[in-house]
Design a protein around this ligand. Structure first.
Ligand code: GDP
Length: 194
């Protein structure tokens, strides 16, 4: 079961259409340094502050967004908080996650390879219903790009993932990323569990 929950969920009266307030567990995965914490801070606080990682103590933040049809989605965002190496934690981390966001850094081919590892992990341990996004972050560093956009697009398509390039620094595509996640949730994940 994915952790999409709603006050209005009731399969007897058409459930999905009554669901106005969804709660979604979202996990972030990716190599250390790709910008996971910065993406969350940009989304939740509208800031880019690479030094504030320590202050948030960094494992859990939430943010609610509104969709066009007046549905709201509250994301409970789980960041590995530098625990990327503790593979033993993984099953617990993935449990109940409706959305997984796998991040790499477009200037780092190693981080792209690592992202593919995380996708396989998710396919192994995540819910079969989990919705996955592949994110190429640091898109502001075009002159240092080493992962072509096409590589990201192709890999995402092969694995049924949503793909987007973002910059936590300039805020490019950050809202689009989470709006995208919310839409899959409402239209796909939630429909599946209903
Ligand atoms: P995490 O380990 O994946 O959580 O990575 P952080 O969020 O701590 O970011 C690692 C470093 O990358 C920080 O020094 C940030 O300043 C930098 N960074 C994060 N996002 C971006 C971005 O979009 N553009 C640029 N240029 N730097 C970024």
């Amino acid at each position: 079961r994915t952790s999409v929950q709603s006050g209005g969920l009731n399969s007897e009266n058409g459930g999905v259409h009554d669901a106005k307030n969804l709660r979604v567990k979202l996990v972030l995965l990716g190599d250390s340094g790709v910008g996971k914490s910065c993406i969350v801070l940009r989304f939740v606080r509208g800031q880019f502050d690479p030094t504030s990682k320590v202050t948030i103590g960094a494992s859990f933040l939430s943010q609610t967004i509104a969709l066009q049809d007046s549905t709201t989605v509250k994301f409970e965002i789980w960041d590995t908080a530098g625990q990327e190496r503790y593979a033993a934690l993984a099953p617990l981390y993935y449990r109940g996650a409706a959305v997984a966001v796998v991040v790499y850094d477009i200037t780092s081919p190693e981080s792209f390879t690592k992202a593919q590892y995380w996708v396989k992990e998710l396919q192994k341990h995540g819910s079969p219903d989990i919705v996955m996004a592949l994110v190429g972050n640091k898109a502001d560093l075009q002159e240092k790009r080493e992962v072509p956009i096409q590589d990201g697009t192709d890999y995402a398509e092969k694995n049924g993932m949503f793909f987007i390039e973002t910059s936590a620094k300039t805020a490019d595509n950050i809202n689009q990323l989470f709006q995208g996640g919310a839409k899959w949730d409402a239209n796909e994940v939630f429909a599946k569990i209903n």
